[in-house]
Design a protein around this ligand. Sequence first.
Ligand SMILES: [Zn+2]
Length: 61
Amino acid sequence: MLTNAFSLVNCMAKKKRFVYVCEGSCGAIVSPRRYKAGLKKCGAESCGMHNRAFRKKQVID
Ligand SMILES: [Zn+2]
């Protein structure tokens, strides 16, 4: 049962994957998991996009 649920999650993740990227100089890449946990803005003070929202980007395998 547990194994089945895990395979299903993997399958869905392969279908459509996204990351969140900072378009400023820091070039941060944030996983959807971290984004959902509240990391939605660039936190690098030296970055030109500091405190600006990350942009959603589709990952093509
Ligand atoms: Zn940044």
